[in-house]
Design a binder for this molecule. Sequence first.
Ligand code: ADP
Length: 260
Amino acid sequence: FFTADPLLKIKNEIYEIAAKKQLEIDELKQLQTLRSEFLADVSHELKTPIFAAQGFIHTLLDGAINDINVRDKFLQKAATSLDGLDTLVQDLISISQLENGVIKMQKRNFDVVPLVKEVFEQLEQKATSRQITLHLEAQPNQHINLHADPNRIRQVFINLIDNAIKYGRDGGNIWVSFSEGRKRYTITVADDGKGISEEHINRVFERFYRIDKSRARTEGGSGLGLSISKHIVEAHRSFIAITSTVGKGSTLRFKLPKAK
Ligand code: ADP
């Protein structure tokens, strides 16, 4: 029986190795499932605007083109679908580049106040069309100097403010504010819109996650805006969070390093 002990030891070691391998296999399988789910999601998302545009164009070719009112309406709808497709493809490229680390953050010192003003100007028409007021909570001549990638941070503001308009209420408000910490600023984008219920809130940063799929699509959303924003903030070694109350509004908060 003096051979029993070493045998048992070897047996246990084999079991351990097998268990480890099994874990690795499970992980690989999980990755593969995630990848094929992502591919299925992407195909579905691409198909939707393509089918829509196809539908309008074929209806026009089948004779609707002769009715001047229908013609303009359908051409407009086809164009909107194709614009949505364009946004989706751009967002997909951004997300894959961010995930693969192809995009390096071009960090430099800059004042974020004029950048937010620019984004306000860019989205003003969209906000006004719903009588939404954009507020910048900064003192005149106040500088909020950050050390970050201005172009990527612009993209984050566009995504967040665009969402605040899309899911805001007619006649509502959007506030952008800053609070200074020791090493970082906390930036807040808040709205008094429809809000998000508890069952959805933890999932809104996931790719393609939308609460109201059809509504978000007609608004031109790719379902990737928050996911992209999260990647960008994380690439600055920071984080973004959301709080919300249904019927009251949502608040997105993220931190960025102060200028060096
Ligand atoms: P989308 O392109 O659909 O806007 P996002 O990734 O930007 O995609 O957002 C994901 C989902 O989170 C949206 O479809 C919407 O349901 C919800 N959401 C995002 N921002 C807000 C907000 N400010 N208020 C309410 N719901 C929001």
